[in-house]
Design a protein around this ligand. Sequence first.
Ligand code: MN
Length: 289
Amino acid sequence: MKIGIYCSYWEKEWGGNPIPFIKKVKDLGFDVLEVACADFDQRPDSFFEEMRAESLKYGIELTGGYGPIPAHNTASKEEATVARAIRFYRDIFRKMQIAGIKSLGGALYSYWPVDYASGVDKEGDTRVSIENMKVIADLAAEYDITLYMEALNRFEGYVINTAKEALAYVKEVDRPNVKVLLDTFHMNIEEDNLLEAIRETGDYLGELHVGEANRRPPLAGTLMSWEKIGEILNEIDFSGPVVMEPFVTKGGKVGADIKVWRNLLSDDRMETLDSAAGNSAAYLKKVMG
Ligand SMILES: [Mn+2]
């Protein structure tokens, strides 16, 4: 199994420079680095050329992640918002291609984290989103990029909460470069049976995010059965990346958006985070093969 980690694990703000993390994650035993694409529109092409060179140098595959801001809400009924989102995606797809990033995952079908103060029209917004996603998917295809629709728990989104809803959405969009992203943290809240949900997603599963129920890096002896998850992934011939997305330190926009109000490891020193990530990578490689 290809094992990865989201670079925002080490960051207090979304975006930031992922290039120094490429060598770091290689040294820690990972195969994949997931990069936050939030500020790609602010970066020059040379930044992405450097990123590609570094990833090739260390043999690290890059994947993209994005929690769309409200101004990029693809489920919006305001045409100007959707047009702005499409302009943003067109720009970052081109840059992702320069960097050699072939996938983008997250709540691309809406925005994140959702503000519930303005009410929810789940069916209407989902219909709008599906039509817009067909356009964005065709655009992504021009740059050889696959989009992963991530099912999020109810406190963070309402368009897609479960694997079943993600599957229905992706089938409606009906494009070969649109797939499902499941995340054990969200599934732990929403699914009746986490293992069955992965099995039923089958070939439509593009990427799996992994984390404990409290978003620590995966460990032995917790309520999550990583061995069983590995068995199901092998059963469905999953060839995508398994990317851990731990969030363990408070502070900054990352801490506030994720609602981390305490440090989940013994402290927030870089060495402590590095060793927790490296130990988890070794553990996942052992139990998932
Ligand atoms: Mn996730």
